[in-house]
Design a protein around this ligand. Structure first.
Ligand code: ACO
Length: 322
């Protein structure tokens, strides 16, 4: 096996849409403030009884259908999430069982907003060793469950959703050179107190709520993002000119714009869904990618640059010939 090729993609959003105006009825904020600082206009919120596994499974079903594959074709499931259904077993095991996948392995991966890039890189590495043949890589989150709905500084930023890709380990390059070309992952745990959840099984025995020093996150984001993208360009000889699409983690319009500008990526190449989805953490990249595939922007053979940064801090990039 020499490469992992994206064979299919799918996503799922809960039905309920919550607008900024609706949030302004709960906390002291306004549509203007939220749009100006973040670019977010609305977010989807999971229904009572709708779990991360439900969102992830629906996205995975759509990715499998898109790939023309079934449960018997998959032997690896990696779910990137910070909002698992339970402390254990892994929510990936729930999704695996619900999809009827009976072989190989399934596990969760926790890198907060960078989770999808970390999961993609992990699946790619496993496929290239020949350890597994075909992987479902899922990002699924119900951040609405860990938000402090009284804290206007954080509750306006996040939403729920899921996205998934099917990765196929191939032993021969095709004419277009499709596949994951390079991935770069970083963590610097010295920053772990800037974006965290103030609870957990070993510390408080409670689920806890998301806490963030927004300004500090913002201050570090652009530099970290651009560093790891420069690593991707250096490893492949590709550049801001040669990429077709830039699909960043959708945290905040201002972070996305500043990163693209610093890298000299043309605004027309930037895929943005943060206005409609808010920050869906590990789900944001596959959600944005799926939107851009469905509306015909991202096509087979395109060079797509993915990037994410989140709690930890964690950050990473992936360059994919679609
Ligand atoms: N509505 C109205 N006012 C608000 C709101 C709100 N929703 N939230 C905060 N404010 C107020 C604050 O209370 C403060 O008021 P004060 O001056 O009277 O004390 C004022 O706005 C300024 O607050 P700051 O936090 O300094 O505002 P800032 O301009 O930094 O914007 C924001 C806050 C949007 C969170 C910004 O820091 C940001 O985008 N940071 C990046 C964080 C991020 O995207 N995190 C996502 C998770 S990490 C990731 O995915 C990369």
């Amino acid at each position: 096996v020499i490469k992992s090729v994206v064979a299919g993609i799918g996503s799922y959003l809960p039905e309920r849409v919550v607008t900024n105006a609706e949030l302004a009825e709960r906390v002291a904020t306004s549509d203007d403030w939220i749009v100006q600082r973040t670019g977010i206009r609305q977010r989807h919120i999971a229904a009572d009884g709708e779990f991360t596994s439900d969102l992830g499974r629906k996205a995975a079903e759509r990715a499998l259908a898109d790939a023309g594959l079934g449960a018997a074709d998959i032997d690896l499931v990696i779910l990137a999430t910070s909002t698992p259904d339970q402390t254990f077993p892994a929510t990936a095991a729930t999704i695996q069982a619900q999809l009827g996948i009976e072989r190989g392995a399934a596990f969760d991966l926790q890198a907060v907003c960078s989770g999808f890039v970390f999961a993609l890189a992990t699946a790619d590495a496993h496929l290239r060793t020949g350890m597994f043949r075909r992987a479902l890589v899922i990002g699924a989150e119900t951040f609405s469950r860990i938000l402090d709905w009284e804290d206007r500084g954080t509750c306006v930023l996040f939403g729920d959703g899921a996205g998934a890709v099917v990765l196929d380990g191939v032993s021969q390059a095709d004419a277009q050179g499709r596949g994951i070309l390079t991935t770069h992952l970083r963590t610097d745990g010295r920053h772990r107190g800037k974006l965290f959840v103030d609870g957990g099984p070993s510390s408080t025995g409670t689920v806890g709520h998301l806490r963030m020093e927004g300004r500090e996150v913002f201050r570090h984001a652009v530099g970290m993002i651009t560093d790891v993208i420069e690593d991707a360009f250096a490893a492949t000889g590709e550049s801001a000119e040669t990429i077709d699409w830039f699909v960043p983690h959708q945290a905040n319009r201002r972070i996305i714009d500043a990163s693209a500008q610093k890298l000299h990526i043309a605004p027309a190449k930037v895929v943005t869904t943060v206005d409609l989805h808010g920050n869906t953490s590990a789900a944001s990249i596959p959600l944005a990618l799926d939107a851009a595939c469905r509306d015909g922007r991202v096509r087979t053979g395109n060079l797509v640059l993915l990037e994410a940064m989140g709690g930890g801090f964690t950050w990473g990039s992936a360059l994919v010939r679609w």
